[in-house]
Design a binder for this molecule. Structure first.
Ligand code: UD1
Ligand code: UDP
Length: 374
């Protein structure tokens, strides 16, 4: 009988992390004469736009999910509850030995809770059993409980049977919280495994051409911006002040801004559209005209990886992008006061500036003047 693992994906960063797990299971099954792993992939549907979900299945050659819960958007409680209801039925039917959840999104905590509260019938010896729970990217802490992700991390870790960690700080955090060290496995970073695996394929992306970032054969200097944390975009005043600092940065080099759907909604609601050139409707402005922030839809993984690899600087509030820029050696200005990934601060590529416009501009100037080289 195969050993059954069920992995959960829901939101954009999950697809990238689970891609490495799918590869590892495929490799195990290819080389092992012993017990095979039956892998079931469940997509909760937390993210559902093609450019927040389907693109990643294509780019990363992920298997089609075996089950799709179609929960969609909602308040934290409504979304979490919908995932929990849907996932309970999945668990009762699938009876996996182990459930793998990754990262810190609402789908992660919802499926973790259900796993540890569901008794499946007919285990190995005919007995009822509760599946074991594995959390990949365990132990990360921003120590800011106003972040919904921090609550998701703490709850998920507290009930997991296997805690797979990506950096030393996570091991220390779990130790401090009383997690027994035999549950903790320091395995490295699946998001980076996926990056390294796809780096050469990303070079085939036409994104630099599409965004007219070539001059003759040279790549022009440009910055990338990604922004989606509620603390930055949900309050119109904070967001518009940040946008002013991005406008200042864009006087030095264009900013390519693949806008998350939450952020796009806020741009419309806060009436901030004048600060941006919409690349899709207007096309890029001629290169020598007023430099602006170029709004593009969320990009597929390979396009974004290629774009990130050649950027002069990345401005972001993403968790994953802080790690990816560290590996790529690209300077990263993190638009947050805290990071749950302190390992990214050590090599000097990443710096925390929060939402303060002065700090954002100051840090950008230092990078422009070559003061801060990785
Ligand atoms: C979620 C995660 C966050 C993660 C981010 C990755 C939680 C609590 N937050 O934030 O940790 O960094 O995903 O991108 O789980 N929307 C669409 N289309 C979509 C998805 C969302 O239009 O495919 C819009 C909806 O208006 C929705 C809003 O974006 O209300 C926010 O989506 P949601 O999944 O609730 O949170 P994110 O901000 O995406
Ligand atoms: N990403 C992408 N296209 C984009 C923006 C981000 O492929 O337009 C990738 C990025 O390379 C990283 C992941 O999405 O692998 C990060 O996801 P996100 O920032 O949404 O979530 P977080 O990491 O903050 O939870």
């Amino acid at each position: 009988m195969a050993f059954k693992i069920l992995s959960v994906v829901g939101a954009r960063p999950n697809f990238i992390k689970v891609a490495a797990i799918c590869e590892a299971i495929k490799e195990h099954n290819g080389r092992s004469n012993g017990q095979q792993i039956e892998h079931v992939l469940v997509h909760t549907g937390q993210h559902y736009d093609a450019n927040m979900s389907d693109f990643f299945f294509n780019d990363l050659e992920l298997p089609k999910p075996n089950l799709f819960l179609g929960v969609g958007s909602g308040s934290h409680s409504a979304q979490t509850a919908k995932v929990m209801e849907g996932f309970e039925n999945v668990l009762l039917a699938e009876k996996p030995n182990v459930v793998i959840v990754v990262g810190d999104v609402n789908s992660t905590v919802a499926c973790a809770l259900v796993t540890k509260k569901t008794c499946c019938s007919g285990g190995v010896d005919g007995k009822d059993f509760i599946p074991r729970l594995a959390h990949v990217e365990a132990g990360l802490r921003s120590f800011d409980r106003t972040m919904p992700e921090e609550v998701n991390r703490i709850v998920t870790d507290a009930i997991s049977d296997y805690l797979f960690t990506t950096e030393e700080s996570a091991n220390l955090n779990l130790g401090r919280e009383g997690v027994s060290s035999d549950k903790v496995h320091f395995v490295g970073n699946v998001m980076i495994d996926t990056l390294l695996r796809h780096r050469s394929k990303a070079k085939e992306s036409t994104i630099l051409n599409d965004l007219q970032l070539f001059e003759n054969t040279q790549i022009k200097p440009y910055a990338i911006l990604t922004l989606h944390r509620p603390a930055n975009v949900d309050d119109a005043r904070t967001f518009s002040k940040m946008v002013e600092s991005f406008a200042a940065v864009s006087q030095h080099m264009p900013i390519i801004f693949p806008a998350h759907p939450r952020t796009l909604k806020q741009i419309q609601e806060a009436d901030l559209g004048d600060h941006f050139v919409d690349h899709c409707t207007n096309g890029p402005e001629p290169w020598d005209s007023r430099v602006r922030i170029r709004l593009v839809p969320p990009l597929g993984y390979l396009d974004f990886l290629q774009l990130m690899s050649h950027a002069k600087v990345v401005l972001t509030d993403s968790g994953g992008v802080q790690e990816e820029t560290t590996i790529l050696g690209v300077p990263c200005i993190t638009l947050r006061e805290t990071t749950e990934r302190p390992v990214t601060l050590k090599p000097g590529t990443n710096i925390l500036v929060g939402a303060d416009p002065q700090k954002i501009i100051r840090e950008f100037s230092r990078i422009l003047q070559g003061e801060r080289r990785p």
